[in-house]
Structure formats: C-alpha cells, structure tokens
Design a binder for this molecule. Structure first.
Ligand code: ADP
Length: 525
C-alpha cells in the first residue's frame, strides 16, 4: 500500500526529523501539539497541525484516543510514533490497526513480547545468544530475590521487566539493601508501568553498552546495520554515542550481527529495532540485555556511517515494500559521534533548565549534522524530555569526527537556557575519550564532572582577573590622558588645553585600546 499522509505522534527534534523525511518522500505531514507547543518547530514545519490537549503528556502526547481520532479526522494513512511517548505502547498499535491506520513500527504482538525483558532473554537463550545471567522468571518476593543475589554474589542489579530509560534499575550491595529496594522498586514499577515484575541480574562492574541496529521487512528480509556504542552514560542514560564501537572487531561484529537477525526472524520482527548488549570489560564477552522496538534517539550515527536514512526506510517497510538492499551491500564508512544536548546544567547537578530561548547559533561545516527543534525565541518546556538538540559529527576516522565535534560544540550557542554543551566540549578533548577508552562508569572513573566544574571555575576566575586588569588599565590611561596629573609620567609631558591633533589622536587610540581590552576580557577568556 502506498503511504501519502503521515501523522507524527510526537514532538521536539524527532518530530522535526520525521517531517523532513516525509517531505523528501513527498508525503503529507500532520503534526499534533499540546498547549506548550503552540509555536513549536514541528508545528510550523508540518502541512497541517492539530491541538490535542494541555501540556502534561498524559493529556496530550500519551492520549491514544485523541491521537487516533485526530489521525482519522486528518485522513492519514499512517502514524509515525518517533521514540518515547507511545512508541512502544502495544495498545496504541492496536488502536491504529482498528482505525485502519498503518503504525510505522513492529506489530503489537512483537511489541508486547519484546517489551518484556525476561521473555526476550529466554528466547535469546534458546537461540544460543548469550544473555546476562539473571533470575529465571519473575520474583515473587524479596526472599526469592535474595536467593539469586547470593548465587551471583553482591552487588547485583534489581530490574523491572518492563523498565526503560534507566528507570527501575537499582544497584544493591547487600541483603538488607536488597530487601528495602525490592519493596521500593516494586511500588515504583507498579506506579510507572502498572505492574511490577522484578528480577535480579548479575552486575558487571565495568562494561560497555553496545547495541545493534536492526531492520526487517514484511517479506522476511532482515539486516543489521552494525553496532553503536553508548557507554558514556549518566544514571544509566546515554549522553554520547559512537558508531562503530572502537572495541568491536570484524569477526565479533558479524557474529553478533547474525545472531541479532536470527532473533528478529524468531520474533517475525517488522521495521526498525535495536538489540542491546553489555560488554564485560574483563572478558570482552557480550551479553544481551533487551530489545527496543522503535527508532532510537541515537539512530543518526548509524545513518552517518552506512549512508542509509532509517526514517525513510521505516516508511518504506511500513508501506509493505521489500528492503532495497541486502546484508552484503552494507558497509561501514568512517566514524560518527553524537552528543545529546540536554537543557540541564552540568555545573549544577544537571538541574533542569527551561523557558524562552534567546538567540541560537547552530553549527555546520564538513561532516556536521544537527537535529534540533530550537530556533530563536522558541520555548523549551519543562513538561517534556530535556533533549533539545543532537550534534552528530562524521569523520573518515574517529579522531576526525572527534575534532569536528569539538569545533561544532564551540560554535553552538544557545542563549537563555543552560545546556550540557560544556560537558560534551570537555569530553571531546579528554584523553581517555580520545583513546576510545570508555565504559559506563566513564564520568566517575575519570572524575569528569569535577574536572568540568574546575575548568568552569578557572575560566570564571581568569575572566574576573582579566576584567579587573583591563578596568585598571583603562582607568589609568583615561586619567593620564585627561591630564589629572596622577597618570604615568612618560617624560613627554601630559595632555592639556594646548593638546595637538596628534596627541588627541593618540588619546583616542589609547581609549579604544582600553575599551577593546575590557570588551575582550568579557567575552574571550
Ligand atoms: P533500560 O531499559 O531502563 O534502559 P537496560 O537494561 O537497557 O535498562 O540498562 C540500561 C543501562 O544499565 C545499560 O546501558 C548499562 O549501563 C546498565 N546495565 C544494565 N544491565 C547491567 C548489568 N547487568 N551490569 C552492569 N550494568 C548494567
């Protein structure tokens, strides 16, 4: 079937990204928006836009009924869910189907199955794919959890089978803590996902996060578009992503990639997805942790190294067509890095920052891509995810990509909100990162946050010193040149009423120099 009009059930940079892909394909676009997003970029770019409710997500971007009703009213053929919000909600997929609208993503049955981390791990195990050692099945109570924890040895991770985005993961160091956390996590998971299916997993102290991009059509053709490494994280959430991973060799890349396609075949998976692994840094072994049945935030790094547009391919697959290439046609070209720019202050415990944005200057240049919803005067709402932009740098080597990213971050200015740009800028020059020596504890292991703060303090101090010095010079020179007698005695006589044109010229040149110094010290240090 051909898709002629798509509703984008999302907001922010991903809604903009999907709209751009649709426009390229000459597909009509329908945006939805909440109160806070009246003037959002996705609303401005779409062919049509519909208000769907107040700003809290539950009343707008998570309102299945309202969204499907809007889609019917707008006469769309398909819905793209983006990531987050309803993108992994099987009930939403069912509702679309019932309304005769194509959902651009996996079937609801696949989504239900892959949303259950335990079920996926059991299937993977059967297929011979290594999975993280974990308790079998759902734990009924804290006693059962303690039994497994003793078997794996502390510390262990307590996880919710339906968790996501790092929420619902607890690191526990002893039995007492395990019992406390079991109760707390159960309550938290029930509130967040409506059910609490807890399990215990062996904890690996030093790991890398490696994930595979998967794409499979309705005709049974599946491919993997290689791996991404997302080891730089904060509280189990990704900050910087790379493709390819500096530690995955060709043999491992293809061996694990083939397993990923095998898993997708077993699930009869359709559309884009990601299979996530952790890599134990002691042994180099990879273990599957979960499947995400949607497009990932970090999909651009895969696009940069493969030259494939994943959003266009998602639409292609959803329209029932066969994938336009085979595994053997895919190659890795160069290296890509993505920095997630969040509206948070890295110098102040990542305190959220939102409100009206002033001027914005977006970087560009060879190998640079910026996915964002920012424009001068736009609103960053406190109701939604803090991601305001993604800077993606491509280079023929990792080092070229890193240098390009560094330059791009230097050129990225956003007035009015605090962002994570200073943190990323620091990381791009950091030695261990430059060597590709990263792991999920990277920030702690290399004291990154303290070092970023230290640098910020040093910059502030030298700025204050420079301003003080420039002010002193300026005042001194002004006094001297205006002849109040307290200036520096050069032996050539002061200025006075009988000042020559040459002397006046000299005076204004000095004043200009003083002012320039003052101005320079405010902006340049
Ligand atoms: P979520 O679905 O909430 O994102 P995941 O299971 O995907 O949770 O794990 C998120 C992150 O937590 C991983 O990227 C990794 O940093 C860490 N993690 C997960 N499992 C383990 C483990 N067994 N040992 C150590 N770290 C882990």
């Amino acid at each position: 079937m051909s898709i002629r009009k798509i509703l984008i059930a999302n907001r922010g940079e991903i809604a903009v990204r999907v709209i751009r892909a649709c426009r390229e394909l000459e597909i009509g676009t329908v945006a939805i928006y909440s109160d806070d997003d009246v003037n959002a970029l996705h609303v401005r770019l779409a062919d049509e836009a519909y208000h769907i409710g107040p700003s809290p997500p539950r009343e707008s971007y998570l309102n299945i009924e309202r969204i499907v009703e809007t889609a019917k009213r707008a006469g769309v053929d398909a819905i793209h869910p983006g990531y987050g919000f309803l993108s992994e909600n099987a009930n939403f997929v069912d509702a679309c189907e019932k309304a005769g609208i194509t959902f651009i993503g996996p079937r609801s049955s696949t989504m239900r199955f892959s949303g259950d981390k335990m079920a996926i791990k059991q299937l993977a195990k059967k297929l011979g794919i290594p999975v993280v050692p974990a308790s079998d099945g759902i734990l009924e109570d804290a006693d059962k959890a303690a039994e497994f924890a003793r078997e794996f040895g502390y510390p262990v991770l307590l996880k919710s089978a339906f968790g996501g985005g790092g929420r619902g993961i607890r690191l526990v160091n002893n039995e007492e803590q395990l019992r406390q956390e079991f109760e707390l996590s159960t309550m938290e998971a029930k509130a967040a996902y409506g059910r609490a299916a807890m399990f215990v997993e062996k904890y690996f102290p030093r790991i890398r996060h490696i994930e595979y991009q998967l794409l499979r059509d309705t005709h049974g053709n599946g491919v993997y578009l290689f791996e991404r490494e997302c080891s730089i994280q904060r509280r189990y959430q990704k900050l910087v992503e790379l493709a390819p991973s500096p530690v995955i060799d060709e043999e491992t890349r293809h061996r694990i990639g083939s397993m990923v396609v095998k898993l997708a075949d077993a699930l009869n998976y359709v559309n884009a997805g990601t299979v996530e692994f952790i890599r134990d840094e002691n042994t180099g072994n990879l273990y599957l942790i979960e499947i995400n049945s949607r497009l990932q935030v970090e999909h651009p790094v895969t696009e940069m190294i493969t030259g494939k547009d994943l959003v266009k391919l998602q639409i292609h697959v959803a329209s029932g067509r066969e994938l336009p290439f085979k595994q053997q046609d895919l190659r890795i070209n160069g290296s890509a890095i993505e920095c997630r720019i969040n509206a948070e202050d890295p110098l102040n415990e990542f305190a959220p920052s939102y409100g009206k944005v002033g001027s914005v200057s977006i970087p560009y240049g060879p190998g640079i891509r910026v996915d964002t919803y920012l424009y001068p005067g736009c609103n960053v709402s406190g109701y939604y995810d803090s991601l305001v932009a993604k800077v993606i740098a491509w280079g023929s080597t990792f080092d070229e990509a890193r240098r390009r990213m560094r330059n791009a971050l230097d050129e990225f200015h956003i007035e009015g909100i605090n962002t994570t740009i200073p943190l990323h800028r620091f990381i791009m020059d950091e030695e261990a990162f430059s060597r590709g020596e990263i792991s999920t504890d990277y920030l702690d292991r290399f004291n990154i946050l303290e070092r970023v703060q230290e640098r910020a303090r040093a910059v502030m101090q030298s700025r204050a010193d420079a301003i003080a010095a420039a002010t002193l010079v300026f005042t001194h020179m002004s006094r001297y040149l205006s002849g109040d007698g307290k200036g520096i005695n050069t032996g050539k006589g002061g200025s006075g009423d009988g000042q020559s044109a040459r002397a006046r010229g000299k005076e204004s040149a000095w004043k200009r120099a003083g002012l320039l110094m003052l101005r320079g010290s405010m902006y340049e240090v």
